[in-house]
Design a protein around this ligand. Structure first.
Ligand SMILES: [Zn+2]
Length: 337
């Protein structure tokens, strides 16, 4: 599975991360896969990303998150994004404009959004000159029937990939995606549909890499996250299978761990990387925390690939009981794909 790092971030931040990666890890570009929302990204990010297009897969997001936040309507996005896509034909994947369903939507609003998304699956490939095999259709739905209906409509339009955009949302602006029992049922359905339709699928906007084993169990080809950098900004660092812990004392919602506990957690999760070898630097500099977090996501994928899903989920059960329990429920009821 591929982990796409969201680089819809400030240009100076991306530059700082690229410089740090070159200096500490001897890598020209820290990321193997990135996702970016070209509609809202600041000037200067796309030129940096395009320079690395031969060594890094690039997915263009249509800005569904920003429609969800009320910044744009679906019609505005569809009109504007096609021009941006045409002017940047070098990316590897292009997401068809979609409007996400949020928990506050009543049944009528959700049905209208599903209809609007299905219309986009049909109309967008007609108006754009981007190869259909590079298009990603985001599937939304509150029920397995709606997921299956959207997946079938998307496949009919000849897209190369399906996307899962049906995580439960929480937070005052519906801006936090949460892996819950309900969203796992929908994800399991999409996994089944994608398998049947012969299409790979991408999972949009995961917060924390401890969800990775479960996504791999469902056979996701890729996922993306802004969590690696967002968490770093709050002083939080990821550890494989454990989740996020705070090391700076800056996060009011999370317990801060001291030096002794942090090195214990690193030992338990068998993690070490060039960015977290010195705790004082990791505490003082968010760039180190961000790239460490990215490394933890890649490491989690690599561990699951090596040990197999069952061993990884057993590890998750010990180190992150909430996700472990959730995973056990799905292992009992679904076949791995
Ligand atoms: Zn590290």
């Amino acid at each position: 599975m591929n982990y796409f790092a969201s680089v819809t971030i400030n240009r100076c931040h991306l530059r700082a991360l690229v410089d740090l990666s070159a200096q500490i890890a001897g890598r020209r570009f820290p990321f193997q896969n990135v996702i970016v929302s070209p509609l809202v990204v600041r000037n200067g990010i796309l030129p940096i990303v395009s320079t690395h297009k031969h060594s890094c897969n690039v997915m263009f997001d249509s800005g569904g998150f920003h429609i969800q936040q009320g910044q744009f309507t679906l019609t505005e996005v569809a009109l504007r994004i096609d021009d941006i896509y045409k002017n940047n034909p070098w990316a590897h994947r292009y997401v068809i404009p979609d409007v996400p369903i949020v928990t506050q939507d009543n049944s009528r609003a959700a049905t209208a959004k599903i209809r609007a998304n299905i219309r986009q699956y049909r109309s967008f490939p007609e108006i754009t000159n981007i190869d259909r095999s590079k298009l990603v259709a985001v599937v939304h739905g509150r029920t397995t029937v709606e997921i299956a209906r959207c997946a079938a409509a998307a496949a009919k339009s000849g897209v190369g990939m399906l996307g899962f955009g049906a995580f439960s949302t929480s937070g005052s602006k519906s801006n936090v995606n949460t892996l819950t029992g309900g969203s796992c049922i929908l994800l399991a359905e999409l996994s089944k549909c994608a398998h049947r339709l012969g299409l790979p699928f991408h999972v949009f906007g995961i917060g924390n890499p401890s969800a990775i084993p479960l996504l791999m169990h469902f056979g996701a080809a890729s996922c993306d996250s802004a969590g690696w950098i967002r968490s770093a900004g709050f002083g939080n660092v990821f550890l494989p299978f454990i989740g996020a812990v705070n090391i700076t004392g800056a996060a009011s919602t999370r317990r801060t761990v001291g030096a002794r506990e942090f090195s214990q957690l690193k030992r338990i999760s068998a993690h070490d990387c060039v960015y977290c070898s010195d705790l004082a630097t990791l505490k003082a500099r968010w760039h180190y925390r961000a790239l460490h977090n990215y490394e933890v996501a890649l490491e989690t994928i690599s561990v699951v690939s090596k040990t197999g899903i069952e061993a990884a989920l057993a590890k998750l059960d010990t180190l992150n009981p909430r996700l472990g329990k959730l995973s056990a429920r799905f292992l009992d009821t679904t076949e791995p794909t």
